[in-house]
Write a protein that binds this ligand. Structure first.
Ligand code: GTP
Ligand code: MG
Length: 367
């Protein structure tokens, strides 16, 4: 339950430690370099130095606001999230789209993390995000992450609407994201795609052919029936949205997933939603900082630049960020480092406040 030390605060604020010690003395709290300070004291001293440290919620802290001139906006590819009930075939459908075989290799056939991949259809790109269920998506949305433009709702034609189908609908509607329904497993003898349509009406997801606003496509991830139709439908839906972003500025976006790789260190999958990310850029994501050492696409190919809607793995961060963290590139790497340090400091203060509830009794009983 150690707090922030005088030395750490000095570093985070970029002032000599002696200045802080002096001020602490004048405030009636003489402390040395390695002693830790209370949250109130941190705020007081920072205030005294003309700097404001305020403990704010992660949601507030994680959102940057950017302004783009409409003239700078260029069309960008759609980012599509595949959602649906367990085992209804989300990963299989993505496999069919990518012509790969990820589902067959997954431990227990259950998606363990969020993966991102890009496919090209008739010269147009779509970025797909696979989800392990809805928790990660919910967490991201709760933190204000705007990661997806279109949701593909996968419903197995032999199973129909299930609890997680309804959850996915609720999440999509709350986020204001349009839903394209992929009625999957249509190859099965007991498949009943019309029943799926009827069931979904109850939840306000109504086929266009019935006067609603949702596009439906019957597919089979197994036989690849309807896959091309689904991709065209996604692009049609994306066209309606007129997706745009400014590519000619410093990059920002979201961390889709992150892990510690034994050989490569922290590895993060980033989704760019504004600007262009280059190798060598100084980047902050949550409390992580680093210069982009390498960028790698889903085929393992190295890239030098990532434009809006690109999702690549990046190497070079000093720690593992959290999925849903917003990332941002800084012109000056010192600014990036400072922001990461200040966030780490705030995180420590928050952590400390959570842990430490010292009363006179507990203080004496610990002695
Ligand atoms: P979670 O990641 O666990 O939520 O599952 P998922 O939705 O990604 O489902 P997954 O792709 O792992 O498929 C679940 C099972 O359904 C697997 O055994 C697939 O082979 C099977 N399956 C998926 N799509 C089809 C299909 O179109 N037809 C048939 N017959 N089986 C399918
Ligand atoms: Mg899956």
């Amino acid at each position: 339950s150690e707090g922030v030390t005088v030395a750490e605060l000095a570093e985070a604020l970029d002032v000599p430690a002696n200045d802080i010690i002096k001020r602490l003395f004048l405030l009636g709290s003489p402390l040395t370099m390695t002693q830790s300070m209370s949250n109130d004291l941190v705020e007081l001293v920072a205030d005294d130095l003309g700097r404001q440290i305020k403990i704010i919620t992660p949601e507030e802290e994680n959102s940057f606001t950017f302004y783009d001139d409409p003239e700078d906006l260029k069309p960008r590819p759609p980012v599509v999230t595949v959602m649906g009930h367990v085992d209804h075939g989300k990963t299989s459908l993505l496999d069919a789209i990518r012509h790969t075989g990820i589902a067959a290799h997954e431990a227990g056939g259950i998606t363990q993390h969020i993966g991102a991949s890009q496919v090209e259809i008739n010269g147009r790109q779509i970025t797909f995000v696979d989800t392990p269920g809805h928790e990660a998506f919910t967490a991201m949305r709760a933190r204000g992450a705007k990661i997806t433009d279109v949701v593909v709702l996968v419903v197995a034609a032999d199973d129909g609407v299930m609890p997680q189908t309804v959850e996915a609908i609720n999440h999509s509607k709350a986020a204001g994201v349009p839903i394209v329904v992929a009625v999957n497993k249509c190859d099965k003898p007991d498949a009943n795609p019309d029943r799926v349509r009827q069931e979904l009406v109850e939840y306000g997801v109504i086929p266009e052919e019935w006067g609603g606003s949702n596009m439906f496509v019957n597919v089979s991830a197994k036989t690849h029936q309807g896959i091309d139709d689904l991709l065209e439908t996604i692009l049609l839906q994306a066209d309606v949205l007129e997706l745009k972003a400014n590519p000619d500025t410093f990059a920002s976006g979201y961390i889709i997933e992150a892990k510690l790789d034994r050989g490569r260190g922290p590895v993060a999958t980033v989704l760019v939603n504004r600007g262009t990310l280059h190798v060598g850029d100084a980047l902050v994501a949550g409390t992580s900082f680093g210069r982009v050492r390498a960028m790698i696409d889903q085929h393992g190919e190295h890239k030098t630049a990532a434009v809006p809607s690109d999702a690549f793995e990046i190497l070079g961060l000093d720690s593992v960020p959290t999925a849903g963290d917003e990332f941002r590139v800084f012109e000056d790497d010192r600014d990036a480092k400072k922001l990461a340090d200040e966030r780490a400091l705030k995180a420590r203060i928050e952590e400390q406040n959570k842990v430490k509830h010292v009363t006179l009794e507990t203080l004496f009983s610990e002695m």
